[in-house]
Design a protein around this ligand. Structure first.
Ligand code: PDD
Length: 281
């Protein structure tokens, strides 16, 4: 396979030739933010929303976007190849300063990196998950590259034969290690409200929007960890996993062990929405 073309600091070049300094603050401190944007039919999905979240993440770490929305869009168009489902990964760090110092450097340009990868097929039969204690920091609304806690928690899940870890903080089920959380309790679709404990997922927002537009009862409220065991359905959502049903949680079957009817309905609405984009709508 040929090396894909990626973007690094103003240049388009083969992945193998894209190199950053060992003094880059992303490498030394995890001092940066990122975005993952799905691409359907060759077009970035919900681009304006992803770019708005990028601006919010940058503001959260006291940086500003190095490119305009139009420049981002042009850049992404140059990375997208073909019309299969793909995702753009974009990372911006506070750059490579001449010496290692925790405080912000002066006049150091940011490092900007972007690449486009195929999205792996999503297992429609559902996956297994575990609950774990949320050991992350207090600013989970910022899409920071500092992902060590998420990495450790996801690995814990993988080592138990599971696809995701559901994070529990102060007795509340918060979100997944790299996804947002939905449950169906008493016939109502529930997802935790936005705030600094969760990443404001673009997929999450679309699911809430589609539920509201199609009269699917939906609430944004805290989910007590105990509710997970009596939920008829549990799903996680993300740009690369869409709406993914959890059919076994902590070794217990969720519902009847297969993706539930509310998932089937919302997934159909989501796939139809994607199709309108593919057709250029
Ligand atoms: N992660 N919560 C966390 C902690 C996440 O890392 C993600 C996505 C989400 C879902 O957000 P969205 O629907 O906008 O993808 C929620 C990406 C996919 C990742 O880190 O690869």
């Amino acid at each position: 396979m040929t090396d894909p073309i990626v973007y690094l600091n103003g240049q388009f070049l083969p992945l193998g030739e894209a190199k950053v300094s060992v003094l880059d603050r992303g490498f030394l401190f995890g001092d940066g933010v990122y975005e993952v944007i799905p691409v359907y039919g060759g077009k970035p999905f919900r681009l304006a929303e992803h770019l708005q979240r990028l601006d919010n993440s940058l503001a959260g770490i006291r940086m500003t976007s190095p490119l305009t929305a139009e420049q981002w869009s042009d850049l992404f168009d140059r990375l997208i190849r073909g019309d299969h489902d793909q995702s753009i990964y974009l990372q911006i760090t506070r750059g490579a300063a001449p010496k290692r110092d925790h405080a912000f450097p002066k006049e150091t340009p940011p490092t900007v990196f972007a690449m486009c990868n195929p999205i792996a097929p999503i297992p429609a039969s559902g996956v297994r998950a575990i609950t774990v204690q949320d050991i992350r920091w207090d600013w989970c609304h910022i899409k920071a590259v500092t992902l060590l806690a998420n990495v450790l928690l996801r690995q814990q899940a993988v080592e138990q034969g599971c696809a995701e870890a559901i994070l529990v903080r102060d007795g509340q089920a918060i979100e997944g290690a790299a996804s947002n959380l939905f449950v169906v309790v008493d016939g109502i679709l529930v997802t935790p409200p936005k705030g600094n404990r969760i990443l404001p997922g673009i997929t999450r927002d679309l699911v809430v929007e589609l539920a509201q537009a199609n009269a699917v009862p939906c609430q944004e409220r805290d989910i007590a960890a105990e509710e997970l065991s009596r939920a008829a359905e549990v799903w996680v959502t993300s740009s690369t996993r869409e709406i993914l049903p959890i059919v076994e949680l902590d070794g217990r079957t969720v519902g009847n062990g297969s993706p539930g009817p509310v998932w089937a309905r919302m997934n159909r609405l989501y796939q139809e929405f994607k199709e309108t984009l593919r057709r250029g709508g």
